[in-house]
Write a protein that binds this ligand. Structure first.
Ligand code: ZN
Length: 342
């Protein structure tokens, strides 16, 4: 039931099966090693391709089954980073502590990072595909630096590596390459000053569709507490959206349902495709198709119908598997309903 109107997708991550990694954790330990782990990652990726198709989604992802965490999955293939001596660091402006690796020298890619899962995805669906990479600003906010001494310089260095991998993903046949930049909602001035320029470096020369995902984070406790302190209206997007509207990035993914983001801020993204979050990842309560359709209808007051792509607010990685599947179905069923009404 593929539609041309309102193409649906998830923001990126999906839960890992319990036989692949510890469930319901943001930084889970793998359950296997070596060739056994490689096979398990492949099986989990195939499983989620099938679940997304069966749910009725239009744009399919690998569900990030091959990476332990959305940032460190990329970093593990980068030379110049010391993973053996991680340090504790407050990230996202000290919202929470994480054990992070340290940049100790010039950065270089060992080779392709995500070729295996990207090719697997391309080979096993005929639908459009999306692949996610961490954004340069979010990367520099998720590791310690003993080499560059300057966040912008380090972000630009990472952007060049991301560009190298993104070109490879495009050659693998991926249709949409999305950069995840939750840090844009934390460092709004830096996002405008150099964050978008770093994204431009990361997308240089790409002819496929490009996207950026900006959210208020996974549905974990530290994020929920942070959101409670943000006040009645969340206006973080107000600063970054006009700059993104003027950028070369094609699509912007944002948090919408159950958030305190004023809906009219979506109107600042003129000329861009808008991936509207119609599924809440911070609650196990599954949205009804009617609720999803109502969120789409509300967004249509600010986004032209040919520019609206229903999506999840953020990744579903820390959720229970059955809840995530139910939410995928709600996303597709609610969009179908909105389509009939539109
Ligand atoms: Zn997110």
């Amino acid at each position: 039931m593929s539609r041309t109107l309102f193409q649906t997708s998830v923001a990126g991550s999906l839960p890992k099966p319990a036989w692949l990694a510890e469930p319901r954790k943001l930084w889970p330990d793998w359950k296997a090693r070596g060739a056994e782990l490689d096979a398990a990652k492949r099986d989990a990726t195939l499983l989620w391709i099938k679940e997304q198709e069966d749910a009725g989604l239009d744009i399919i992802t690998d569900g990030e089954q091959s990476r332990q965490h959305f940032v460190h999955g990329f970093l593990e293939q980068v030379e110049g980073i010391d993973f053996a001596h991680k340090v504790k660091m407050g990230i996202r402006n000290n919202r929470y502590d994480a054990m992070v690796p340290v940049v100790t020298g010039s950065l270089r890619l060992h080779g392709r990072v995500h070729a295996t899962e990207a090719r697997l995805l391309r080979a096993h669906t005929t639908r459009r595909t999306k692949f996610t990479l961490p954004g340069p600003m979010t990367i520099v906010d998720t590791l310690a630096d003993q080499h560059y001494g300057n966040r912008q310089a380090m972000a630009f260095a990472f952007a060049d590596l991301l560009n190298q991998e993104a070109r490879g993903l495009q050659d693998d046949g991926i249709d949409i390459i999305q950069f995840d930049e939750p840090a844009f909602n934390v460092y709004m001035d830096d996002a405008v000053a150099w964050g978008i320029e770093a994204l431009h470096r990361a997308t240089e020369g790409l002819t496929c569709t490009t996207a950026v995902h900006i959210c208020y984070g996974y549905g974990i406790e530290a994020n929920i507490a942070w959101k409670h302190g943000l006040g009645e209206e969340w206006r973080q997007y107000e600063k970054v959206f006009p700059a993104l509207a003027a950028s070369r990035i094609d699509q912007v993914s944002l948090e919408c349902v159950n958030s305190r983001v004023p809906a009219e801020l979506m109107g600042l993204l003129k000329g861009k495709d808008v991936m509207v979050g119609v599924i809440d990842v911070a609650t196990d309560r599954v949205e009804t198709p009617e609720e999803v359709a109502a969120t789409i209808a509300a967004a249509l007051r600010h986004v032209p119908r040919e520019r609206l792509l229903p999506c999840t607010n953020c990744g579903l990685a820390p959720m229970a598997r059955d809840v995530a599947i139910a939410k995928l179905r709600a996303l597709a069923a609610g969009t179908q309903l909105a389509c009939t009404a539109a």
